[in-house]
Design a protein around this ligand. Sequence first.
Ligand SMILES: Nc1ncnc2c1ncn2[C@@H]1O[C@H](COP(=O)(O)OP(=O)(O)OP(=O)(O)O)[C@@H](O)[C@H]1O
Ligand SMILES: [Mg+2]
Length: 262
Amino acid sequence: MAPAMPLRIAVAGKGGAGKSMIAGTMARALARRGHSVLALGTDAMPGLTHSLGAPPSLEPALAEAVEPDGRRWRLKKGIGPVRAVQRYATTAPDGVRLLDCGTPTGRGADPVYASISAFAQVIRRLEDANAFRDWTLVGDLAAGPEPAAVNWAPYADTWLVVVEPTWKSVLTARRIARITRSRAGKSTLLVMNKASESGLRAAEQMLGERVFASIPADGAVIDADRAGVAPIDHSPSSPAVHAIERLVEALERASIDRMVKS
Ligand SMILES: Nc1ncnc2c1ncn2[C@@H]1O[C@H](COP(=O)(O)OP(=O)(O)OP(=O)(O)O)[C@@H](O)[C@H]1O
Ligand SMILES: [Mg+2]
């Protein structure tokens, strides 16, 4: 198989909209299409680990990548993106690597701060890391506009804003899109989740624009959640998983179009 053209995607949206489900399933689907995928768990919640079907985080925890520097943390000598992924990432099925900022250590709040700080420093260097030039990056962000405002995905050229067919979700998506669209050279695409056909049309009216893709409300996703199994493993033929596979193909086409135009 020819190497796939790398994608750089951040997934944002309101709490509970389905960011982690979509990011994890996309990462697995992209890996199956030949991408080398690094998934970035920017949210300190375990959503992405579940949707990827990744094993629980391993020791050593990412917090060990940094050392105190006054009241802050700095990456230890010799630790850049390559070493960080080698040492602190887990491997999910289909060969997806997962670097997760939320590795719990059970040793109080300080290691959590250290881990988030290490993660922030690693992702800032990803863009320039030659070793990841051909990798597809998929970031799962924490809820709301704040991660977009402070740019928790500096590597991303495409922001997927996940929106449910509710006013609160639509208003949040609009705020996020306003932020990401204010930055030059970034593409922002809205993805509806958990909508019926009629719900999709109504929500597009609320949004004031058409969405790039729509993932249906799907009981199989809820069943997978209850079983603690990744949707792509639990129900590979479900409507939601199929819709995400189509979304991934559409993102590949959009990326090629952008390259041809530039
Ligand atoms: N298409 C879908 N159909 C049915 N249920 C869904 C769908 N997508 C996600 N869900 C369910 O919605 C819930 C929230 O999904 P998920 O954890 O992916 O959202 P999130 O945006 O990452 O949330 P958080 O803001 O807490 O990180 C989960 O219980 C998930 O199983
Ligand atoms: Mg999540």
